[in-house]
Design a binder for this molecule. Structure first.
Ligand SMILES: *Cc1c(COP(=O)(O)O)cnc(C)c1O
Length: 499
């Protein structure tokens, strides 16, 4: 169907830099020599065996532009990656964070010279405390999982302080994020998994049977990774607290709750939130993040150091760094990833209270719109209103057509959409977790719905097409385990002996 010449041009545009090299071609014009010419070093100091690409300037620009376009990002196209919230991040956030007063300061500078930056930290602490209905916030944990570890270390310090060192068991529902049990174990606890009931809520009977003298607490992701609000949450937090346990809330993704529900009001003792998900910092690809840990009254004195506090002295306001009385110590250097904090500050200030609330309105409406429109094409494990994300199952496609969630995800790449999160949560077979976010237009949502319906039809009419997808990327299916263990990051000459 495509002309051979066309695909030849396409092949060329995908060539590696060294493979574009043509002997004698140069990409730079040097000025005339205006210094005395001197001898080259002796030839045994000059290497002949180091090949450098010989390419024109145009060729090298094309090469780097090409590889930059292999990256998929939220600024490119729709990125409905459940649990990780790839929402659009306003450019204003970056602009403010890069202002010299924020970007050209040093953490060891005297506090008196960085009052503005400290004020930003203090205000973000205050906003998060207010938004979540808790008692105090520390911004220094570097990521969500780091915030979880902080929270669980705080829970441990609390029990030890009270002489209750037998409290070792942390209960975690099977709908929790995978980092939750990992963090509990890292903080020295043992984990017991709680089942979900058939509506996707925490099973209360199982919870009641599991609480006792050795209960340290419970870690729960809210909304759960099923994209559901746990209808039993008030009972869950009460049962755990009555038994002397600490209730940890994973609020990495607060998009469904902002301006509507305060986790403090639900009985949580400590939570974390991801600024790089909910509060609009670009992420993915391992960029910097921030996972503030936010404590209720029982744990606020155990927050990590350091916090920023505001003091007023004879009408003069000063911002100072301070350490809470029973602090567990540092989770990260200085004030954490300050650039991320400045972005969250800008985001919260530019939205204001009403704007913050409209995030949860739109995030939940968008996810439910997709749920309604696609439930005829994909299985819905729980027939109920979802929160900011919706989890489908490709179980029927698998059973009827031999097409898996992975095949669907790979085929989406052909249509220019980033795949949703797959095979997670673990309790849903062939899971496809879609989080449209609040920043997408109705047109984009409709196009995505059409694409997903088309893929479901293709699964029935031409399953091979899906098994072999993606068809239009430089590489198709990778051996992912091998790619991670033996990354091939370097060009090697094909005639060399290195392979
Ligand atoms: C992303 C996420 C985490 C972990 O956050 P990191 O910044 O990746 O460490 C924890 N819990 C939930 C629910 C998440 O979505």
């Amino acid at each position: 169907m495509t002309s051979p010449l066309l695909s030849q041009l396409q092949q060329e545009s995908r060539k590696l830099l060294m493979d574009r090299s043509v002997e004698g071609r140069v990409g730079a014009t040097l000025p005339d020599l205006d210094v005395p010419e001197c001898e080259l070093p002796s030839t045994d100091l000059i290497r002949d065996d180091l090949p450098l690409p010989e390419v024109s300037e145009g060729e090298i620009v094309r090469y780097f532009t090409q590889i930059s376009q292999y990256n998929f990002s939220i600024d490119n196209n729709f990125y409905p990656l459940g649990s990780c919230t790839m929402k659009y991040n306003p450019k204003l956030n970056d602009l403010i964070a890069s202002m010299p007063g924020f970007s050209n300061i040093h953490p060891l500078q005297n506090d008196a010279t960085v009052q503005g930056a400290l004020q930003v930290v203090w205000e973000v602490q205050e906003y998060l405390t207010e938004i979540t209905g808790m008692a105090g916030t520390c911004l220094t944990p570097m990521a969500g999982a780091d915030g979880e570890l902080a929270g669980m270390l705080m829970a441990r310090a609390y029990h030890l302080d009270r002489g209750e060192d037998q409290r070792k068991v942390v209960l975690i529902p099977d709908s929790a994020h995978g980092t939750n049990p990992a963090s509990a174990v890292m903080a020295g606890f043992t984990v017991k998994t709680l089942p979900s009931d058939n509506e996707g809520n925490t099973d209360l009977d199982a919870l009641r049977e599991s609480v006792g003298e050795n209960l340290a607490g419970l870690m729960i992701t809210l909304p759960s990774t099923l994209g559901l609000f746990d209808r039993n949450i008030l009972d869950v937090t009460r049962i755990v607290r009555d038994a002397g346990g600490i209730v940890y809330g994973d609020g990495a993704n607060l998009n469904a709750l902002l301006g509507r529900v305060k986790m403090g009001d639900l009985g949580f003792d400590v939570i974390h939130s991801n600024l790089h998900k909910t509060f609009s910092t670009p992420h993915g690809g391992g960029g910097p993040g921030a996972g503030p840990v936010i404590a209720g009254p029982r744990l606020v004195d155990y927050l990590p150091s350091s916090l920023v506090c505001r003091e007023e002295d004879g009408g003069e306001v000063r911002f100072k760094q301070s350490t809470p009385e029973k602090s567990i110590g540092r989770m990260g250097a200085f004030q954490g990833n300050f650039g991320v904090l400045a972005r969250a500050f800008t985001y919260i200030r530019s939205l204001g209270g009403e704007g913050i609330r409209s995030i949860s309105d739109d995030a939940v409406i968008n996810a439910n719109y997709i749920l309604e429109k696609l439930k005829g094409s994909f299985d819905l494990p729980y027939e109920r209103v979802c929160m900011h994300e919706v989890v489908f199952s490709a179980r029927n496609l698998k059973n009827n057509c031999g097409v898996s969630a992975l095949d669907v995800a790979k085929r989406l790449i052909d249509y220019g959409v980033h795949p949703p999160t797959m095979y997670f949560p673990l309790i849903v077979e062939e899971a496809l977790m879609v989080e449209p976010t609040e920043t997408e237009s109705l047109e984009t949502l409709n196009t995505f719905i059409d694409i997903m319906r088309t893929i479901s039809e293709e699964a029935h009419s031409n399953p091979e097409l899906l098994h072999e997808a993606p068809h239009f990327t430089p590489n198709s299916r990778l051996d992912e385990a091998r790619a991670a263990r033996y990354p091939d990051l370097r060009w090697r000459p094909s005639h060399g002996d290195s392979e």
